[in-house]
Design a protein. Structure first.
Lengths: 342, 315
C-alpha cells in the first residue's frame, strides 16, 4: 500500500502540470466550492427559464418549479452520487479488490430482479414494499457473489470483477426472461437507465434513507479496512469479522436498492470514483470517505448538467452519460493500472 | 466412433432441425414455405458465421473463453451502423442502399479489428483475464456510445430505420441475405487453405513459427476473416453474446480432435442446430413468450461462469 502511494506521488511530482493541478484540486475546500457552484448551475439549467438574478423576486410559477422539480432533482443527484461511490468504496475495502463495485458484483442486477419480483407478486406494490424486496434480493445476490469469491482459490485482481460481471449477466437474463413474459420489458428498460428527469417532490424522498447509512459507514470505516485484510487477521485483532462484513454488505445492498428503485442504474460510479480518490489520496478508508462522497456527487452533477445541455430542450438520461464517460475512464484505468498501482 | 462419424451425425442433426422448422404444421405451404425458408436461411448463415469466427478466434488467441462477441465486436458493428446513420442521415445513399451500407460497415470493422488486435494481442505476455475484462468493458463502452448517439438522432428518423438496422430473430434482415451468403461462401473458400495452418497455430505462436508457419501473415488475414464474419452475423440477426462460446466448446468436447476442418464444420452444424432448433422451440413451445437470445445468454452465462471457475491450466 505504502509503495503504491510513493509511486503515485512520485509520478505526480515528476508528471505534467495537469496532474499537479488535479492534486491541487483534491482538497476538501475546493471540492466543496466546486460542488456549490455546480449545484447552483444545476438549479438554473432547465426548460423554463429561471435566471439567478430572479432569485429575490420569483414569480409563483418559478417558485413552484424550483421547489417541485429543481431542488428535488439536485438533492437526489447529490445523494445518489454520494451513496453509489461510497458503496463502491466499502465493497472494494471488504474484498480487497479495486475493481469490485455494485456494477461488477451483481448487486445492481439483483436489485433490479427484486423490483421485478415485487411487481409480479404484489400487483400494486408500494414503494416501501418494492424497496424491501429489492433490498432482500440485492443482499442475497451480493452474498452469493461473496460466497463464490470464497470458493475461488485463484484470486487475481482482474479475475474477480469478471466473475461478478458474469454473475450479474446471468441474473440480468433471468430478469429479462420474466419481464418479457409479463410485458414488463419497458419498465425494466427504465430501471436499466438511471434518469433524474422524473425526480420530483413525492418521488425522491426515499433517497433520504441513504443519509444515516453514510454516517454508519463513516463510523465503521476503520473496521471495514481491517476486515478487508482477511478473516484470520481481523479475528486476531479482536474484530467480529462476520458482523462487520455483514454490516458492510447490508449498507451496500440497502443503498443500492434505494438508488436503483428511485433513480435507476448508474453504472461504473462505484468503480471509478473511489479509484480516482485512491490514486491521489492513498488507501485510508476513513480519510477517503469524504473525498469519495464529494467527488461522487460532483461527477454525477457534471454528467447530469452535460446530459441536460447537450440536446437542450430534451435531455439524455444520466445512466447513458455516466455509462459513456464511466466506461471510458474505467478502460483508461485498466490499461494504465500498473502506472497507478491499482 | 471417430470424429468424422461424429461430424456426419452433427450434420444430420442440423438438417433435421432445419426440416423441422420448415415443415412442422405447414398448412399453406405456398405462403409459408418461402417465408420460413428465408428466415431459416438467415439464421443458418448467422449461426455458421458465429461458429466459424469463434473457432478461428479461439485458436489464434489460444484460449477457450475469449470470443469475438465477448470482447465487443458485435457492439462495435452496432456502433458503426449508428455512426453511419448519425453522420450521414437516414436518407443518404450509405443508409438506403443496403449493400453499400454493408460494404462500408465491413470496411470499418476490418480497420477496427486490426487496431484491436494490435492494441490487445501484440503486447507480449498479456494476462488472459485482463484481455477479457478490457474486452467486456469495450463492449459496454461501444454500446453506451451507440445508445448515446441513438438518443441524439432525431427520434422520428431513428424509428424509421431502427427495424432495418437492428435486427433480431423475429425480424431477420433479409435484404442483405444474398450478399451475406455469397460473402460467407467466398470467405469459406478463401480460408480453406489456411485451415491446415490453424492446426499448427493451435500449438502456440512459437511452435507455429518454428514449424514454418508464416504466423503474422496468416493471423492478419484471419483477423480480417473474423471481422467480416462478425459483420455478417450481426447484420443479419444482431448480437448474440454467448452463442459462439457455447458452440465452440461443445464442438471441442464432442469431437475431441484438433483438426480444424472437422472442428469448424462440427461447430457450424452445432450452431445451426442450436439456433434453428432454439428458434423453433421459442416459436412453438413458448409461443413467442420469450426470445432466443435471452435463453442463449442465460445458458451461455452459466457455462461461462463454469469455465471461469473450473481451474484449468489450458487457458
Amino acid at each position: 500500500m505504502n509503495i503504491n502511494i510513493i509511486n503515485v506521488s512520485n509520478e505526480i511530482e515528476k508528471g505534467v502540470g495537469f496532474k499537479l493541478d488535479l492534486k491541487f484540486f483534491m482538497k476538501l475546500i475546493y471540492l466543496y466550492i466546486l460542488l456549490i457552484i455546480l449545484s447552483i448551475t444545476s438549479l438554473f439549467v432547465g426548460v423554463s427559464n429561471i435566471s439567478p438574478l430572479d432569485i429575490f423576486n420569483l414569480t409563483d410559477e418559478q417558485k413552484q418549479i424550483l421547489l417541485i422539480s429543481r431542488f428535488p432533482r439536485l438533492i437526489s443527484i447529490i445523494i445518489a452520487g454520494v451513496s453509489m461511490s461510497i458503496c463502491g468504496l466499502i465493497m472494494q475495502q471488504l474484498t480487497r479488490n479495486k475493481f469490485v463495485s455494485p456494477t461488477t458484483a451483481g448487486t445492481m442486477d439483483s436489485a433490479r430482479l427484486g423490483i421485478l419480483v415485487s411487481l409480479l407478486l404484489f400487483s400494486s406494490a408500494t414503494p416501501l414494499q418494492k424497496m424491501i424486496v429489492a433490498f432482500v434480493f440485492a443482499l442475497t445476490g451480493t452474498l452469493i457473489f461473496m460466497k463464490i469469491l470464497d470458493k475461488i482459490k485463484f484470486k487475481d485482481t482482474i479475475f474477480i470483477p469478471l466473475v461478478g460481471l458474469m454473475f450479474g449477466n446471468i441474473v440480468g437474463s433471468i430478469t429479462t426472461f420474466f419481464a418479457y413474459r409479463h410485458d414488463l420489458i419497458q419498465n425494466i428498460g427504465a430501471w436499466l437507465q438511471g434518469n433524474f428527469a422524473l425526480m420530483m417532490s413525492g418521488r425522491y424522498e426515499m433517497l433520504y434513507i441513504s443519509m444515516p447509512l453514510v454516517v454508519i459507514a463513516y463510523i465503521f470505516a476503520n473496521k471495514f479496512t481491517i476486515a478487508g485484510m482477511g478473516e484470520e487477521f481481523s479475528v486476531n485483532l479482536g474484530l467480529n469479522y462476520k458482523q462487520v462484513v455483514n454490516i458492510g454488505l447490508i449498507i451496500v445492498a440497502l443503498m443500492t436498492s434505494v438508488v436503483v428503485l428511485t433513480v435507476g442504474i448508474i453504472p461504473f460510479l462505484g468503480l471509478i470514483i473511489p479509484n480516482i480518490v485512491t490514486i491521489f489520496k492513498g488507501d485510508n478508508l476513513r480519510r477517503n470517505l469524504p473525498y469519495t462522497a464529494l467527488l461522487g456527487a460532483i461527477f454525477v452533477l457534471i454528467c447530469d448538467i452535460v446530459g441536460r445541455v447537450i440536446i437542450f430542450p430534451y435531455e439524455i438520461p444520466i445512466g447513458l452519460t455516466v455509462g459513456v464517460i464511466g466506461s471510458g475512464i474505467f478502460l483508461y484505468m485498466l490499461l494504465r493500472r500498473n502506472h497507478h498501482g491499482l | 466412433m471417430g470424429y468424422k462419424g461424429k461430424t456426419v451425425i452433427l450434420g444430420i442433426l442440423a438438417l433435421a432441425a432445419v426440416a423441422l422448422f420448415l415443415f412442422y404444421q405447414l398448412n399453406h405451404w405456398e405462403y409459408a414455405l418461402p417465408r420460413r425458408g428465408i428466415k431459416v436461411l438467415a439464421i443458418a448463415v448467422t449461426g455458421a458465421a458465429i461458429a466459424f469466427s469463434t473457432v478461428i478466434f479461439q485458436t489464434i488467441t489460444n484460449n477457450r473463453i475469449l470470443t469475438p462477441s465477448i470482447i465487443g465486436f458485435d457492439s462495435l458493428y452496432v456502433l458503426v451502423q449508428t455512426f453511419i446513420i448519425y453522420s450521414f442521415g437516414s436518407m443518404s445513399m450509405a443508409v438506403i442502399n443496403k449493400n453499400l451500407n454493408f460494404a462500408i460497415s465491413v470496411g470499418i470493422m476490418i480497420i477496427f479489428a486490426a487496431l484491436f488486435y494490435k492494441l490487445l494481442f501484440k503486447r507480449e505476455g498479456q494476462n488472459i483475464y485482463f484481455l477479457l475484462l478490457v474486452g467486456i468493458i469495450f463492449g459496454t463502452f461501444f454500446s453506451s456510445i451507440s445508445t448515446f448517439m441513438q438518443v441524439l438522432i432525431d427520434p422520428n428518423e431513428f424509428m424509421t430505420i431502427q427495424n432495418r438496422m437492428f435486427a433480431s430473430f423475429n425480424n431477420v434482415n433479409s435484404d442483405i441475405l444474398t450478399v451475406s451468403i455469397i460473402l460467407f461462401l467466398l470467405i469459406a473458400l478463401y480460408s480453406y487453405r489456411y485451415l491446415k495452418y490453424l492446426d499448427v497455430i493451435s500449438l502456440g505462436r512459437d511452435q507455429a513459427i518454428n514449424l514454418g508457419v508464416p504466423y503474422d501473415a496468416v493471423v492478419k488475414r484471419l483477423m480480417v476473416v473474423i471481422a467480416i464474419l462478425v459483420s455478417i452475423s450481426t447484420a443479419l440477426v444482431g448480437p448474440i453474446t454467448f452463442l459462439g462460446l457455447l458452440v465452440a466448446n461443445v464442438a471441442y468436447e464432442f469431437l475431441k480432435t484438433y483438426q480444424h476442418k472437422y472442428l469448424i464444420t462440427g461447430a457450424i452444424f452445432i450452431s445451426i442446430t442450436a439456433l434453428v432448433g432454439g428458434q423453433w422451440i421459442v416459436e412453438r413451445v413458448f409461443t413467442f413468450n420469450t426470445t432466443l437470445s435471452v435463453i442463449v445468454n442465460f445458458a451461455g452465462g452459466v457455462y461461462f461462469l463454469y469455465l471461469l471457475l473450473r481451474e484449468r491450466k489450458e487457458w
